[in-house]
Design a protein around this ligand. Structure first.
Ligand SMILES: [Zn+2]
Length: 429
């Protein structure tokens, strides 16, 4: 039964299998396909099924009171060997397990194959080829930002370069790259690994995610001292990355000096290419999209299980750090101001990227509007404003009486690696 679910998940290109206890030791099974959870079945003997899963993933069958984490490689008929990452959490009625299917077919994909438009690549590729600087990819969990990051890494992966990564966890094995997994239980944290690998003469450093001040500080310093640093950050839109770095105590100077670009991303459903067809926009759509070009829709066919959609692809927002943006970081870092400057100084908004894809038949206008809802209003539809954000400019900053330019008084202890040069500091302003 467990094997069948995995085979089925592989065939349907599911990203996750969810198993959760219901009443009477039964287990509800669902799969996430194209971003939505779909019911599969509810089965008896939940504990036995859970035990079987734990044995497969090399976990302790008798441990039911603590969260566990394991992985297993399974041979599938449709897609060959696939890796599964399994996590369990104790809950009412037993344990919930989620099996994530690690899609190795995403590995080695180029940025073109991931849906980056020609226009965006023309702007992004020269930045990727710079020898140093910080490139950030942001988005919600499961938005494919790690896949994007690996695609960037693939383009710079050459024998003459030393590429090292620190990840949590290492999901894909990339030939030619030294990958290190953090281990919190053993104190092997992001900052600790980073300080060590900076002593190993790296050209390119990939940091799985910037989660804390210490990691952010090392990332910025490394990118200012001759390394290309690639990383992800939790932010909903591209300018949110700048706000987040300031919030972590980074100075406007170090951000302006090191950050080269931010790409935000979010998935939309892809139209089925067998049954999509071009249609004129309704008046309401024209009002929302600001264009009367024809778009696409699909009614469903046997190729797409009557859904009209087949797979997913991200929309991207590309923010280059222009002179205008750098200036804005010193002056007024309220998200609204940064967003306005970003749009004025050449940012390709997620909405603009989405509409380009809607006109090309990749997705529908509805999907673009759904995915960009909550993203800050840009050229196009009147998107509802997001939740209020803390104002970061000016004297409101703790420990920074003169506003931007000074560090908060209290900093976590971040010992500098021996011999690592301190980057130049900004003159007092
Ligand atoms: Zn179809």
């Amino acid at each position: 039964m467990v094997n069948q679910w995995i085979q089925q998940a592989a065939e349907r290109r599911a990203s996750d299998i969810h198993l959760e206890p219901t009443e009477d030791d039964r287990l509800r099974v669902r799969m996430r396909v194209d971003g939505d959870l779909r019911a599969v079945e509810t089965v008896a003997d939940g504990r036995k099924v859970m035990a079987r899963l734990k044995v497969m993933a090399g976990l302790d069958v008798n441990e039911r009171g603590m969260p566990l984490d394991g992985r297993v490689r399974v041979q599938t008929s449709s897609r060959g060997p696939i890796d599964l990452r399994m996590s369990t959490t104790p809950c009412l009625g037993g344990e919930k397990a989620v099996l994530r299917l690690i899609d190795n077919s995403r590995l080695g994909k180029t940025l073109e194959e991931l849906g980056y438009t020609k226009r965006m690549l023309a702007a992004y590729k020269p930045i990727v080829e710079l020898p140093y600087g910080l490139l950030l990819h942001v988005g919600p969990t499961g938005s494919g930002k790690t896949t994007s990051l690996y695609a960037v890494l693939t383009t710079v992966n050459k024998p003459e370069k030393n590429i090292q990564t620190v990840e949590d966890p290492v999901e894909y094995d990339i030939p030619g790259v030294t990958q290190t997994q953090v281990n919190h239980d053993q104190g092997l944290t992001f900052p600790k690994v980073l300080r060590a690998l900076l002593r190993q003469d790296p050209n390119v450093i990939l940091i799985g995610e910037i989660r804390d001040d210490a990691t952010a500080e090392i990332a910025l310093e490394a990118s200012m001292t001759g390394h290309l640093v690639l990383s992800t950050l939790h932010a909903n839109e591209a300018v949110g990355a700048v706000v987040r770095l300031l919030d972590m105590g980074m100075t406007p100077y170090s951000i302006a000096y090191s950050l080269r670009s931010v790409i935000a991303q979010r998935f939309v459903k892809k139209l089925c290419t067998s049954c999509r067809k071009q249609v004129p926009q309704t008046d309401e759509m024209v009002r929302l999209t600001g264009s009367d070009r024809p778009v696409f829709e699909a009614e469903g066919c046997k190729d797409c299980n009557r859904s009209g959609f087949d797979g997913r692809q991200p929309l991207y927002e590309f923010l280059p750090m222009t002179a205008g943006m750098k200036k804005a970081i010193y002056q007024d870092t309220t998200p609204d101001h940064l967003q306005a400057v970003a749009l004025k100084s050449g940012m390709i908004s997620m909405f603009a990227d989405g509409m380009e894809k809607a006109f090309a038949g990749v997705t529908t206008v509805e999907e673009v509007l759904r995915a960009t809802k909550g993203v800050k209003a840009s050229a196009g539809p009147a998107a509802p404003a997001g939740p209020p954000r803390p104002r970061l400019a000016g004297p409101a900053r703790p420990g920074a009486p003169n506003g931007a330019g000074t560090r908060p008084a209290v900093r976590p202890a971040t010992a500098r690696p021996a011999g690592a040069p301190r980057p130049p500091r900004p003159p007092a302003r």
